[in-house]
Design a protein around this ligand. Structure first.
Ligand code: HPA
Length: 286
């Protein structure tokens, strides 16, 4: 009997990330001073944000060596390189999630490639359900901290010291100065905004009302299915992190409406405009 073909496990290590970064560098032909300083990861339904880039170069993920491809509706799968308010940025429009079946190494691969490209600051955005009373749909939540309930960590497994230390400090994962700049920007623009703790679950089913009550007691203000792996990988690489959740709905059991991905995408589109205004003002301050 023929043996089933064994599928070699795809290695996504430092060498693969270097290859991807080299490809992007060649494609972009960065002029002096044009290497991206700031990276932005766009959450569900926030794809419109990438259109704010001046002189942007777009590279589909499928062209970049070793890049995983997003399989979720609402995530385009393109890298955008250009200037925003004068600042050279790289935008990942389309992220990978653990719930799609990707390994943690695959989920954080694009983040690590951005670090190799020279990104010093990463702005991670995501859609989230609001748990705290102030986390109302349509508002922003600046991440002050997170609770990792995904049961996985991108640093688990063989350690490659080229990425950084194995045991990294997470006591100030979200940069205090960036959080202050984000708070001030939101206040100046009169955007509805709070600051709090983001709990990340594996998904893709939404939470039960009992899970949300438990999360509230654990100190979570918002809940989602992403962000945490990328933040851990960025911190290991020494990249400063700002996390912004756009609250697309009240979490399960806190409103009468059943939850749906369509609702998340719709609200994402609405909040995109506010996120663009927010980043217009914030980026030159970074
Ligand atoms: N739960 C988990 N993830 C989410 C939610 C939610 O309520 N809203 C947007 N992403």
């Amino acid at each position: 009997m023929a043996k089933p073909k064994s599928k070699a496990k795809r290695q996504l290590g430092y060498d693969e990330a270097q290859r991807a970064a080299r490809y992007i560098t060649t494609q972009a032909g960065f002029r002096p001073g044009a290497r991206p300083r700031v990276g932005i990861i766009l959450g569900s339904g926030l794809g419109a944000v990438a259109r704010s880039l001046e002189g942007a170069k777009q590279i589909p993920y499928r062209r970049i060596p070793h890049f995983p491809r997003s399989t979720v509706v609402g995530h385009a799968g393109e890298l955008h390189l250009g200037r925003w308010s004068g600042v050279p940025v790289a935008i990942l429009a389309g992220r990978m999630h653990l719930y799609e079946g990707y390994t943690a190494a695959e989920v954080v691969f694009p983040t690590r490639v951005l670090a190799l490209l020279g990104v010093e600051t990463l702005i991670v955005t995501c859609a989230a359900g609001g748990i705290a009373p102030q986390a109302a749909p349509g508002s922003f939540l600046i991440l002050a901290d997170h609770i990792n309930m995904q049961g996985q960590n991108p640093l688990a497994g063989a350690h490659d010291a080229r990425w950084g230390a194995r045991f990294i400090d997470m006591s100030q994962a979200y940069d205090p100065a960036l959080r202050r700049a984000a708070r001030n920007t939101a206040a100046a623009l009169r955007l509805k905004c709070s600051e709090g703790v983001y709990a990340s679950l594996l998904g893709p089913s939404f939470e039960t009302p009992a899970e949300i009550r438990a999360l509230r007691r654990c100190g979570a203000d918002a809940v989602g299915m992403s962000t945490v792996p990328e933040v851990i990988a960025a911190r290991q690489a020494g990249v400063r992190v700002l996390g912004i959740a756009t609250i697309t709905n009240r979490a399960a059991g806190l409103s009468r409406q059943p939850l749906s991905h369509e609702e998340v995408l719709e609200m994402g589109k609405t909040t995109s405009e506010n996120l663009i205004r927010f980043l217009d003002t914030l980026l030159p301050k970074l």
